[in-house]
Write a protein that binds this ligand. Structure first.
Ligand SMILES: C[S@@+](CC[C@H](N)C(=O)[O-])C[C@H]1O[C@@H](n2cnc3c(N)ncnc32)[C@H](O)[C@@H]1O
Ligand code: SF4
Length: 463
């Protein structure tokens, strides 16, 4: 793709881990539940139970557990985390998550069957192996594993030991992902995350020895002081460990979001648009040469990995954690700031550890905001998921038509002329070389974004 196209289409835009995207959820307090925004507790419970009844026996449900603590702040990080070296926070947090799970299980009409369970963060391996075991055993006291279940966790190589890996394996985990980001020392120092290759090697090899079937590494392009050479070196080192999956994220620079701590460097230290694209293209080429296939946006997988199979079978799904090999209709998010998805609605937990613990200990499901999807939202969501997961969508079925479809296609005319999308009578597809522009294509369908143009910057750049 030419530099001028990159400059033309590099605009702020959502990453579409949900539709509607979080900034466009209903923002009004609920009439019958004024302490909550966009969704009342009753509506959340009702839609959650509907999704449960429609899916538990057929496909199982998903659980996401947010474990927010990290010992050190990496200054590039955009995740919801709490920095502390005090490990006495672990026990009350685990107890609260289990209490929250009890609140859900008490509402459900039958015993949940868990198809996917993901521990995200923060740094899940901040917690001791013993506390992680208590957490998972506590969850499984009130649930069964659905056939073909997949349990996965995120881990920081500097804070993960063999006991963590063995304990999580023993309770059913077979997939993990390690944050690597970049191996260059100058980049690592700038983002306050010095992490020797040896540490990554140790946890990757130990995972394999223990029996994990999918090990993933997170790399990021667009970090301060990254160069083409540092990307080449990072991928060379990654190659020697041959992870099954690689997340190759575009650095999201969002310093305006309070408290994320993106400091210690400024815009001048970041690779500019075209340079950043070169970093991506360089990485992508090297990864393809090594046998990795690009899966949707940001992800690469070896042919042997379930994510690649999901592409072949067209079962790839996208949710708040990124890409998943399959879809469950209900994902319950436990822990501070977690987002739950019932397909018909979203709900988010309160964002501080203190508020979270206070509400759950009072016996309340700790959601503070959410969104009930309208009929239009459900249709647009399907198109956006199709484009993000399969690089194509279709409106040949009447249920996927909507009144503004013609205007959406009008908005795509210029992108069509620029070769970024191919529009046919009943659908569209994104050519392989236009995949970096997939967020721009989804934006043409994003009726909530179009109707409520944000007054300030709320999204990272699309490319
Ligand atoms: C919760 S962290 C992973 C686990 C562990 N805390 C660690 O750092 O190794 C999830 C991943 O999100 C990615 N990430 C965090 N902040 C980001 C940003 N601003 N832009 C792009 N990716 C980011 C990083 O690749 C990171 O490994
Ligand atoms: S990158 Fe990981 S370890 Fe670093 S602050 Fe973010 S969540 Fe914590």
């Amino acid at each position: 793709m030419s530099d001028s196209l990159i400059q033309k289409y590099n605009i702020p835009g959502p990453r579409y881990t949900s539709y509607p995207t979080v900034p466009f959820w209903d923002d009004k307090p609920c009439a019958d539940d004024p302490s909550r925004i966009g969704i009342s507790l009753n509506d959340w419970k009702k839609t959650m139970i509907t999704a449960f009844n429609e899916s538990n026996d057929q496909e199982g449900i998903s659980l996401y557990i947010h474990l927010p603590f990290c010992e050190n702040l990496c200054t590039f990080c955009g995740c919801h985390k709490r920095i502390t070296k005090r490990h006495d926070v672990e026990e009350p947090y685990v107890k609260t998550v289990l209490k929250e799970w009890d609140l859900y299980c008490d509402l459900l009409p039958s015993r949940p069957k868990i198809k996917e369970l993901h521990l995200g963060g923060g740094t899940p391996t901040f917690f001791s192996p013993q506390h992680l075991r208590e957490l998972i055993e506590g969850i499984l006291k009130r649930a069964d594993k659905f056939p073909g279940f997949e349990f996965s966790f995120e881990a920081h190589p500097n804070h993960t030991n063999r006991e963590h890996l063995q304990t999580l394996f023993d309770v059913g985990f077979r997939r993990n992902s390690f944050g690597v980001q970049d191996y260059d020392l100058k980049v690592q120092k700038t983002i306050n995350r010095v992490q020797p290759f040896e540490n990554v090697k140790e946890v990757t090899e130990a995972s394999r020895e223990i029996g994990y079937t999918s090990v993933s590494h997170d790399l990021v392009f667009g970090l301060p002081f990254q160069t083409r050479e540092s990307i080449i070196d990072t991928i060379e080192k990654t190659k020697s460990l041959k992870p099954d999956r690689i997340a190759f994220y575009s650095y999201a620079h969002v310093p305006w979001i309070k408290g994320v701590g993106q400091r210690g460097y400024d815009e001048n230290d970041l690779p500019k648009e075209v340079e950043k694209r070169v970093l991506y293209e360089t990485g992508k080429k090297l990864l393809s040469d090594l046998g990795y296939f690009e899966i949707g946006m940001d992800h690469f997988a070896l042919k042997s990995d379930t994510l690649y199979k999901a592409v072949e079978d067209k079962t790839l799904h996208r949710n708040f954690m990124g890409y998943a090999a399959g879809k469950t209709k209900l994902m319950i998010g436990l822990g501070m700031s977690s987002i739950s998805d019932s397909w018909y609605s979203f709900a988010q937990n309160v964002k501080t550890v203190e508020e979270y613990q206070e509400l759950v200990n009072k016996g309340e499901i700790p959601i503070f905001r959410g969104h009930l999807l309208t009929q239009e939202d459900l249709i647009i969501r399907e198109h956006i998921l199709n484009i993000m997961c399969h690089f194509e969508t279709s409106w040949i079925e009447d249920r996927l038509k909507f009144p503004e479809l013609k205007e959406c296609l009008e908005r795509l005319k210029e992108m069509e002329a620029d070769g970024l999308v191919v529009i046919t009578e009943n659908g569209l597809n994104v050519p392989e070389n236009a995949r970096p522009f997939v967020r721009n294509i989804c934006m043409a369908f994003d009726l909530r974004l179009i109707r409520n143009k944000p007054a300030t910057r709320i999204f990272s750049m699309t490319i």
